[in-house]
Design a protein around this ligand. Structure first.
Ligand code: C2E
Ligand code: MG
Ligand code: MG
Length: 889
């Protein structure tokens, strides 16, 4: 820091002489001139006293001779002099109040002094004319008093001294006839002038020095205030006893008090000793430095307040010139904000800013910790990987702010669902993770996963939008000894993939076989990319038949993939893959164009239904695509039926409504596919302009069985559809029983194997031309069947008959028999090596009949048993034994 050093040089003679009457040209001059003029305040008073003294002397010495004209002059002169004094007094008080120019004031006082001198000389001269005083000591006394008074009042200011010297010398010379006296007065006056000049010079020099010091001090104070106000720190100072002798406002603010309240307090009292290791260590360091009187810098301490205030302190001991310790002086910096920022940064590094959940890095740490603990506790830990289904759709159609709000709500629900069992975190995007230390019981894990999926799948209300998503969960259980975080994450990831592949909204536990499946999926996806170009995709058509007339109403186009090495791959497998990998628009377009060009060859009354994936539906170009495909094929728009699943409603946005409206405007028909799966909300039906509801296979299949309530549900759907003027199609009708029920329930159309499986275009064309389909299938619902060729015995019409079981399930069996049976009768079948099974004949046709078992049959009983002992009586059916017993009598 540069400093302007105060000069202690004295100015020249002229400066001393004329300083008081020069116009001030610098601030410094002005300030010193103001100080100097203040010294003249007493001048009128002193002069007044001198004049009064003279007056008293005249009164006393004139011995009552007041009547003479001379006496009148004398008194008149004194009165005038006193008047001038009063005027001078008034001027000075005016100058003080209004800060008049010092130069003017000095000049005015100079005039006063001059006049006073003149009047005193005149006064002395006149008094000598008063007879009583003539020849006495009066004249010298008065002149002496005047000179002394003039010297006293003017000694402070050289110009005044000069004036009094000149006036005194001239007056004495004029009115005194003693040359020696006049000479002495002149010499004395010169002396006073000289003394005054010297005094003035010294005073001016001192004042200059003081001003310079004051300026420096002000500057220093300014810097201190600037620094302290900048918030970057504050100064502190203690005395030799360690008590505070300077307290900044900032420091006082930290204690919510006034600086004065802290003055005199021990500095160390302001520091808190808490249990925080680092800070405590630093405070000890500070204590050591203070008592050892060592300088210190950047020692972090905590303030002894209830707020979490931290300072960094630096200080230097102060010693005087003789080496005596005076105290410490230093600066402090507030670290609170910085520490808060550091904490915030570390929080941001560990937590997801959107949901406030721990982030990927933190979850990784948690998992590793849980695994380490698992080792100690000898109890494993479980990892859930949670992926939201259809979240991307919400984000794309309703925008990111809604997506963000959704994620926040999901985070809350996940936290609630996992509760105390573990820690939930967000990995990014729509991926979440939960670490469950010590929880490995599959039953509990399963129920947790299910709760979690249910909770996430409940509808959300976000800014007036009703949003519905789902969740899939992959679960990996870590072994206390062997698992590492990486492998556990990979396993959970594979399990998650399997859960998604299983149709979403599902949870899956990791299994070793998933490793190969994952790479398999990757390979399949790569193959699918090339499948269209290589012509491996083709379209099959499944008839949709009017249930009353059995006329073919239309066909549903179903894509097929003939993989060069794997053979046919199910669309259930590759459609989700195409949706995930972004291939669905191309595949969808291929199916639409192919289906329309095939349908163009069919009779005009036969419709063509094409499936639209929600991803295609949400593509802004879908309406143009449909329109262009219709134009290209020349198929009437009314013949095209687009099948849409409920997935498109999960984000019910204006865009969805708009697409519906524009598709309707083209004239195409819209069908709601797979109704009843997942999110069925009847609300959609009122809103969207559907022409048809396709009741999902899961309701249809087995509806005829008395044990389920599906028929009631189908009835409700049909009633609703009729009210809204929509057609209904029952999907997946395979058996005569179900067909009969579907008809009875009033479902208008049927699609299922009973009327035909998906077929090649040529075959479809043939069926379309025939316009009629025939029901062909089993009579009733079949449980998972086991094909077999097993001989058995049964008593038909009381006669033991050999029968052949063609297939069997837990519920019943398909039986071949040469002897006809009639439906409705009870039958006991004795399967060789298994034992008797009782059932009812449900149907019979051309040497075959179906038996429905009275009690569920355990299929494992069919597994061949390795018997060591000799074949038992079981080889001989019970009724044979019975007959033998009867014959034996
Ligand atoms: P979906 O649209 O519900 O099609 C009906 C599915 O049920 C077809 O399966 C069909 O073969 C099958 N099905 C019909 N009747 C019966 C029956 O009586 N019994 C049984 N067990 N199944 C029957 P597929 O062809 O395997 O297709 C499965 C799903 O794949 C379709 O369900 C549809 O969601 C999707 N899909 C098929 N082709 C396409 C397509 O071109 N585009 C899109 N986006 N999805 C398609
Ligand atoms: Mg369909
Ligand atoms: Mg369907």
């Amino acid at each position: 820091m540069t400093r302007s050093a105060p000069s202690d040089e004295k100015g020249g003679l002229a400066e001393g002489l004329f300083f008081d009457i020069r116009s001030p040209d610098t601030e410094e001059h002005e300030a010193i001139a103001a100080q100097r003029v203040a010294q003249l305040n007493h001048v009128p008073l002193l002069l007044g006293i001198a004049h009064l003294l003279c007056l008293a002397a005249v009164v006393v010495l004139s011995r009552g001779e007041f009547g003479s004209i001379h006496a009148m002059y004398v008194f008149g002169t004194v009165a005038l002099a006193l008047g001038c004094d009063a005027a001078g007094f008034a001027l000075l008080s005016l100058a003080r109040r209004h800060q008049l120019n010092p130069r003017t004031v000095t000049l005015a006082i100079g005039l006063l002094v001059g006049l006073s001198g003149l009047m005193m000389s005149f006064f002395a001269h006149l008094s000598s004319w008063i007879p009583a005083m003539n020849g006495g000591p009066m004249l010298p006394l008065l002149i002496g008093t005047s000179i002394t008074a003039a010297a006293i009042v003017s000694i402070e200011s050289p110009p005044l001294a000069v004036v009094s010297a000149v006036v005194g010398t001239i007056g004495t010379a004029l009115f005194s006839d003693n040359p020696l006296f006049a000479g002495s007065i002149a010499a004395l006056s010169l002396l006073v002038v000289g003394y005054s000049v010297v005094g003035a010079r010294t005073m001016i020099a001192n004042a200059r020095q003081r001003l310079a010091l004051a300026h420096e001090a002000r500057k220093a104070l300014h810097f201190v205030t600037e620094f302290e106000n900048s918030g970057r720190g504050w100064f502190w100072e203690t005395n030799s006893r360690g008590t505070l002798s300077y307290v900044s406002q900032q420091l006082a603010d930290d204690f919510h008090t006034h600086p004065d309240a802290l003055l005199g307090r021990q500095f160390t009292d302001l520091l808190s000793v808490d249990q925080n290791g680092d800070v405590m260590r630093e405070e000890r360091t500070l204590g050591f430095h203070l008592s050892a009187r060592f300088p210190f810098s950047d020692v972090v301490v905590r303030a002894a307040t209830n707020d979490d205030v931290h300072w960094s302190l630096s200080g230097n001991p102060i010693f005087d010139q003789r080496g005596r310790f005076l105290g410490f002086r230093g600066i402090g910096t507030d670290l609170t904000e910085q520490r808060r920022n550091e904490q915030e940064i570390s929080r941001l590094a560990r937590f997801d800013s959107l949901t406030g959940l721990p982030n990927r890095a933190m979850m990784r740490q948690t998992l590793e910790e849980a695994l380490r603990n698992a080792g100690f506790r000898r109890k494993g830990c479980t990892l859930f990987l949670i992926d939201l289904d259809r979240f991307k759709n919400v984000n794309d159609t309703l925008g990111h702010p809604i997506g963000d709000a959704l994620l926040r709500q999901v985070a809350e629900r996940l936290k609630l669902a996992i509760g105390d069992h573990g820690q939930v975190g967000r990995l990014g995007g729509d991926e979440f993770k939960a670490v469950l230390p010590g929880t490995v019981e599959t039953g509990l894990l399963e129920s947790l996963a299910r709760t979690l999926i249910d909770q996430v799948s409940r509808p959300y209300q976000i800014e007036g939008h009703r949003v519905q998503i789902g969740a899939s969960v992959g679960i990996a259980i870590g072994d206390p000894e062997r698992s590492c975080a990486d492998s556990l994450i990979r396993n959970a990831d594979l399990a998650l993939y399997a859960a998604k592949a299983a149709g979403r909204g599902k949870h899956k536990f990791y299994e070793a076989s998933m490793h190969s499946e994952a790479s398999d999926r990757q390979v399949l996806e790569n193959d699918l990319r090339q499948a269209i170009d290589r012509g491996e995709l083709w379209v099959a058509y499944q008839p949709i038949v009017r249930s009353a007339s059995e006329e073919v109403a239309g066909f549903e186009a179903l894509v097929r993939w003939n993989h060069p090495t794997r053979g046919p791959v199910s669309p259930e497998r590759f459609i989700p893959l195409a949706e995930e990998s972004g291939l669905i628009p191309r595949i969808g377009e291929f199916v639409l164009r192919t289906a329309l060009s095939d349908a163009a060859k069919w009779p005009d009354a036969v419709r063509i239904a094409v499936n639209l994936s929600p991803i295609q539906f949400n593509d802004p170009g879908i309406v143009d695509l449909v329109s262009s495909a219709l134009d290209a094929s020349k198929v009437r728009a009314e013949r095209l039926e687009l099948e849409i699943t409920e997935g498109v409603f999960l984000t019910d946005s204006d865009a969805t409504d708009d697409t519906f409206a524009r598709l309707k405007a083209l004239g195409v028909r819209l069908a709601l596919d797979d109704f009843g799966t997942g999110y069925s909300s009847l609300g959609y039906l009122r809103k969207a302009p559907f022409d048809k509801i396709k009741i999902d296979q899961s309701f249809v299949r087995g509806a005829a069985s008395s044990t389920n309530r599906n028929s009631a549900i189908i009835r409700a759907i049909v009633t609703l559809a009729e009210t809204l003027g929509m057609d209904t199609t029952a999907e997946g009708v395979e058996t005569h029983d179900d067909l009969a029920l579907i008809r009875e329930l009033g479902v208008s159309q049927v699609q299922g194997y009973i009327f035909g499986k998906p077929m090649r275009a040529v075959d479809a064309s043939e069926v379309a031309t025939k316009a009629h389909a025939e029901a062909d299938g089993f009579s009733c619902i079949r449980e998972p069947r086991q094909r077999l060729m097993r001989r058995a015995m049964a008593a038909i019409d009381g006669k033991p008959t050999e029968i052949r079981l063609r297939n069997i399930s837990a519920m019943g069996a398909l039986v071949e028999s040469d002897r006809p049976v009639s439906p409705g009768g009870m039958l006991t079948i004795d399967i060789v090596g298994v034992g008797p099974v009782v059932g009812t004949v449900r149907w019979a046709q051309a040497g075959r009949f179906g038996v429905q078992f009275t009690e569920a049959f355990d299929l494992t009983r069919l597994a061949p048993k390795v018997e060591k002992r000799a074949p038992s009586a079981m080889l001989t059916p019970w009724y044979v034994n019975q007959q033998r017993d009867l014959a034996a009598g």
